[in-house]
Design a protein around this ligand. Structure first.
Ligand code: COI
Length: 429
């Protein structure tokens, strides 16, 4: 067996007829449009309906993932990080499934406390999963590991969307500016409905993420570094409804990759670095953001593993880095998983999510500076694709060897597609 510590903390499988029962239920997928229509005319009855939707949906979605973990090989789930995630999920499942029907605003307040606590408790799930699957590589086929990770991450996004949307609606309902009425009241000028920002402007998002990425890169490379300019062209007015933190995660990650590639490639050259060119293209159904850099392209040995959570030369290096700083493994919050750029841009946004994956769960600007700069888990790209496909979009990377990279992010702009809970492999099946 590969890892000596693996057997130490094998999770105790508790036979649970409750789990069997919940696994029989299917998740009920939702779309951005449904979430918007439901939340924009908020009444007490609707808020309580929303709470009861979460009450049934969260344990259903967690039950499926618990079953997935149970079906992994024993040596895999014996990994301490994966075992820890299993224990967290089991605890959350028990807590959620036992919560009685919500009938009043007081019940809802109690329920929201449980949601908030659980969201915080689960803050380390992504780094734990990422390190866990790296550590068990060799014990599972890479395709199986990636399918597992994709399913776990999609499901996690989905649960957090549902939970955070309900918390945001409750906050809106309780705010002094909201006048509860029995009749639905619709504000046509509203900027956001819960976590959904109704008019995300692609250009503004690229600009904001670009600014934060500049700051991060300066901190990592030093003030002397000349950072490539970001030039934006195309349909600059394009807007669409979206969850801002999801988009900022993806765009931030792509810009950071491009900027770093250009800087790394031009380390020993004095000339001005070539710009990052961003093209925004709006069609009837989609908004496409193309990010082009001249950072030399992706090395051929890395290319086949670009979307893998567990395989490839970069992953090997990552694991070595982690092994060199064992203390950090104890303080998972410190780990830098790409996505931290979102936190600053969020601050300016009234509807910043308190629990957003793109801020506290993936590390923060301050944690980036307090850790070795190479301590990255390297899941930014596959994670960005999970985010982009979640709301029926796509992410493609085209590498022009020796020249640069074109990244194509396609966003479904009508918001009418259901969340994608299935993985690529099952979608194709
Ligand atoms: C997770 O973050 O992993 C969750 O399961 C979210 C849930 C606590 C609402």
């Amino acid at each position: 067996m590969r890892r000596a510590h693996a057997a130490a903390v094998a999770p105790a499988w508790r036979p649970s007829s409750a789990l069997d029962e919940w696994v029989q239920r299917e998740a009920r997928p939702i779309s951005l449009r449904q979430l918007t229509f439901f939340g924009r005319t908020l009444t007490e009855t609707r808020l309580i309906d929303s709470a009861n939707y979460c009450r049934l949906e969260l344990p259903t979605r967690i039950a499926h993932r618990l079953r997935d973990i149970q079906t992994l090989p024993y040596v895999v789930v014996a990994n301490p990080h994966l075992a820890h995630v299993y224990e967290l999920y089991l605890r959350a499942f028990e807590r959620f499934r036992r919560f009685p029907e919500i009938r009043s605003l007081e019940d809802n307040d109690k329920y929201c406390k449980v949601l908030e606590e659980t969201l915080k408790e689960h803050a380390t799930v992504i780094p734990r999963l990422a390190i866990g699957v790296l550590e068990v590589r060799g014990l599972m086929k890479p395709e199986e590991t990636d399918k597992f990770m994709n399913t776990m991450l999609r499901s996690r996004i989905s649960r957090r969307v549902i939970a955070e949307q309900h918390l945001a609606l409750t906050e809106t309902f309780n705010s002094p500016w909201h006048f509860p009425s029995a009749q639905p009241v619709h504000d046509p000028n509203a900027e956001a409905v819960g976590e959904i920002f109704l008019r995300c402007n692609a250009k503004e998002i690229v600009e904001r993420c670009g600014k934060t990425t500049h700051e991060l890169v300066k901190r990592a490379y030093g003030n002397h570094v000349v950072i490539p300019e970001i030039q934006i062209k195309g349909h600059l007015e394009a807007t669409f409804p979206y969850i801002l933190s999801h988009l900022e995660y993806i765009v931030g990650e792509l810009l950071r990759n491009s900027i770093q590639a250009v800087i790394e490639q031009r380390k020993f050259k004095n000339a001005e670095p070539p710009p990052i060119n961003v093209l925004i293209c709006e069609t009837a159904q989609h908004v496409i953001i193309r990010i082009s850099d001249q950072g030399g392209g992706i090395p051929t040995e890395v290319l086949p593993h670009l979307w893998s959570f567990s395989k490839g030369p970069r992953r090997e290096r990552r694991l070595e880095n982690l092994a060199r700083v064992p203390k950090l493994l104890g303080t998972m919050q410190e780990l830098h998983v790409p996505g931290e750029f979102a936190q600053d841009t969020h601050k300016k946004h009234a509807k910043k999510s308190k629990y957003s994956d793109s801020s506290e769960h993936h590390g923060s600007l301050s944690s980036l500076t307090s850790r070795p700069p190479d301590l990255r888990l390297g899941i930014g790209l596959p994670m960005s694709r999970v985010y982009s496909e979640y709301w029926a979009g796509s992410l493609e990377i085209h590498s022009l060897e020796g020249f640069g990279v074109d990244a194509f992010l396609q966003i479904s702009k009508l918001g009418n597609k259901n969340e994608r809970l299935t993985t690529r492999a099952t979608m194709d099946a």
